[in-house]
Design a protein around this ligand. Structure first.
Ligand code: HSE
Length: 297
């Protein structure tokens, strides 16, 4: 039976003010193997609660087959992931991307990557994780006439990324439910101007500019109350000079710096000011997007 394994990188979305628009691929991976069978659905490698037909890799797999008017036969799906689940590092987007790309490869690569992004964006509702998961690197996306348009931006090579990942999750629908549906013009101007500066600061490697540009008035102020010890951790990060933002919808907190040794500076201190346990994951930007790891005809 035909089989393909797809590798998709983790992603951090928003990067502060770029709500639902900016994203960056990072060096953690989800590998998903799809093997066509005569009938039925079998999903392994994940929690029992994710093994039904609502599994995101399977729903994206089916969406692509439907868009190709191809028959949905049986499939075995095996998931191996390093991306923490429901922590704001793109675990859901990785499954959607893997499912879409897996189906497309198994049925003759009829769709382009942009076509797969169009389908998965209609499922996820915003392209900020999906775009860097497909294309790699730092991306900004807009949705125009219902379709996502993505561009890649250059990044200075000297940045170091450190993700602080807590032992509690925060489902994205909950993190979105606390956001206002309308904003003041001043807040819109604040985010537009800060967003432009974030992209330039990341390109230049300007940590001071990035630190102030990463502030946001669209989502972080409304979400931080759901993240234990947010203010204390932000205060600690500020003493190091690193730039800081919520990774996606949280609860992971992302630090970006030009100075090596941030993890060592935070070690010990973090445990003293927090109730939860926070893992520190040093990461780098992944410039390669989703790819075929192996394929058997
Ligand atoms: N832009 C999204 C949000 C990312 O902040 O809700 C999480 O899916």
């Amino acid at each position: 039976m035909k089989q393909v394994t797809i590798r998709v990188p983790a992603t951090t979305a928003n990067l502060g003010p770029g709500f639902d628009a900016f994203g960056c691929a990072l060096s953690l991976y989800t590998d998903v193997t799809f093997e066509e069978t005569d009938s039925g659905l079998e999903i392994t490698g994940c929690d029992e609660s994710f093994t039904g037909p609502d599994n995101l890799a399977y729903t994206a797999y089916c969406a692509v087959l439907s868009s190709l008017s191809e028959e949905i036969r049986g499939v075995k799906i095996h998931i191996r992931t390093q991306i923490p689940i429901c922590r704001g590092l793109g675990s859901s987007a990785a499954l959607l991307v893997a499912g879409a790309m897996g189906a497309n490869v198994l049925r003759g690569r009829k769709l382009s990557t942009q076509g797969l992004l169009n389908i998965t964006n209609a499922m996820e509702g915003h392209p900020d994780n999906l775009a860097p998961a497909f294309f790699g690197g730092l991306t900004a996306s807009m949705v125009d006439n219902g379709l996502p348009v993505t561009v890649n931006f250059p990044l200075h090579p000297g940045w170091e990324f450190l993700a602080l990942v807590p032992d509690f999750d925060l489902p994205t629908p909950l993190a979105r439910s606390v956001l206002p549906t309308e904003y003041d013009r001043a807040d819109a101007v604040y985010n537009i101007s800060h967003g432009a500066m974030v992209l330039k600061a990341l390109e230049l490697g300007d940590e001071k500019l990035l630190r102030s540009a990463m502030q946001d008035r669209i989502h972080q102020p409304y979400r931080k109350g759901m993240i234990a010890d947010y203010d204390q951790i932000q205060g600690l990060i500020r003493t190091t000079g690193a730039a800081f933002c919520l990774s996606g919808a949280g609860p992971t907190l992302l630090c970006i710096t030009r100075n090596p040794g941030l993890q060592e500076k935070l070690a010990g201190k973090l445990g003293l000011i927090t109730q939860a346990h926070w893992d520190m994951l040093p990461l780098h930007v992944e410039f390669q997007g989703a790819r075929v790891l192996s394929e058997q005809a």
